[in-house]
Design a binder for this molecule. Structure first.
Ligand code: PLP
Length: 401
């Protein structure tokens, strides 16, 4: 009875429109055509232009980050953010097992190894307590537990995984489906182990934790403007930071590390061609103007889902965690543990009814290229990955009502 009850609850929310209902569609209902036409009219379509500068300024203002550096996509932003946080070849970087593959791939691009950590069933983000216990086990007590605040002779500050012998270089919390992870607790763990935190906020543009924007708590944060995110530039991403030196380094590295000179073409490092073209930034400026309305629409859609699923036993609608205000990028249903085996049939039934729902990502350690990664117990990530259903969440479902 669970499956028909879920299909009918989703229908109550999204209506009986004909044709399949996508998981997430962009909404280009503002000045997108006007701004991109300006790029075409002026010839500023490529890697520099006024929309790039404006988009960076407006992203910084919107998120409260001091600096925003836009990039060709979110994965590229994450790659450079990790390099700037000091991740080097041979290091390990803690990431959630339950994330989009780009988080792990960006670590790999640095020559480092993802070290997979478990999720918290409430936030679907990294479990801070489990992470701390795991670090205690593989690294030892944090410096401030060693009985003295002085580093002992011969002991470096490096955080070494005693099992693999590799340095743990950073922690990357990810705000799953837009819901803020338990960021204060994670930040405390990072501070105790002197680990830089780089937030994968690709999904959480517009989400706040204790009133502050996600992606602004770590040394660096990363956004994505891929076609399926809350706003899109076609493809795009951004690095957020409060640190002026990191910001200028980020700009430098993402623009082929070219030395400033009127005509000489010189580069002082192996940089990346990770610039966001002006054409894409023009889309971004138009999308950002609509973002407050998108967030309102998504929150209204989420509260309608929450209401109908309140009456459906066997499932929990994933609500924003305490102390948080979520952008509800994707609406998520979590089947009760006893109902997990119904997931394949449920997804088939939803698709049969024209509702293009999706399961969670396959956890990283179940992908062939990451199955050998060091990891902690991942029982929560494994369990929730078998019970998550993401429901149609386009802004247009609400704004078109
Ligand atoms: C979308 C996404 C990214 C990467 O963004 P792209 O712009 O697609 O490269 C990274 N991490 C997470 C969690 C994402 O959802």
């Amino acid at each position: 009875m669970l499956i028909p009850a879920i299909v009918s609850a989703v229908r109550q929310v999204i209506g009986t429109q004909a044709g399949p209902v996508a998981l997430h569609e962009p909404r280009l209902a503002g000045r997108e055509a006007l701004y991109t036409q300006q790029c075409i009219d002026t010839g500023w379509v490529s890697s520099v232009g006024s929309f790039v500068d404006r988009f960076e300024r407006e992203l910084a203002a919107f998120t409260g980050a001091r600096h925003a550096i836009v990039t060709v996509n979110g994965t590229a932003a994450l790659h450079v953010a990790l390099l700037l946080a000091g991740v080097k070849a041979g290091d390990e970087v803690i990431i959630p097992a339950l994330t989009f593959v780009a988080t792990a791939n960006a670590v790999t691009y640095c020559g480092a190894t993802p070290h997979l950590a478990d999720s918290d069933e409430l936030t679907l983000g990294l479990d801070a307590h489990k992470l701390e216990a795991h670090l205690h086990e593989i690294v030892g007590p944090p410096a401030d537990d060693a009985g003295s605040s002085q580093p002992r002779a011969g002991q470096s500050h490096a955080c070494i995984n005693r099992v693999t012998g590799r340095r743990i270089a950073a922690v990357v919390p990810m705000h799953a489906f837009g819901h803020p992870a338990d960021i204060d607790a994670l930040r405390r763990v990072c501070e105790r182990y002197a680990l830089p935190m780089v937030e994968d906020a690709a999904e959480s543009l517009g989400s706040l934790y204790r009133g502050r924007h996600t992606g602004t708590f770590g040394m660096l944060g990363v956004l994505s403007f891929n076609g399926n995110k809350i706003i899109t530039t076609g493809g795009g991403g951004a690095i957020l930071t409060d640190d002026a030196a990191l910001a200028s380094r980020a700009k430098h590295l993402t623009t082929t590390a070219r030395a400033a000179h009127a005509w000489r073409i010189e580069h002082d490092a192996v940089g990346f061609n990770y610039r966001l073209p002006n054409l894409n930034a023009a889309l971004g400026c138009a999308q950002l103007e609509q973002l407050p309305g998108f967030i309102d629409a998504k929150r209204r859609l989420a509260s309608r889902y929450a209401q109908v699923f309140d009456a459906v036993p066997g499932v929990r609608f994933v609500a924003e965690p305490p102390e948080s205000r979520s952008n509800y990028w994707l609406n998520t249903l979590l089947l009760d543990v006893g109902e997990a085996e119904q997931l394949p049939a449920l997804l088939a039934a939803l698709h049969g009814a024209g509702i293009l729902a999706r399961p969670a990502w396959t956890p990283m350690h179940q992908l062939p290229m990451y199955e050998q990664c060091p990891r902690m117990d991942l029982s929560v990530a494994e369990s929730v990955a078998q019970r998550i259903v993401n429901l149609p969440s386009s802004v247009g479902l609400e704004l078109a009502r």
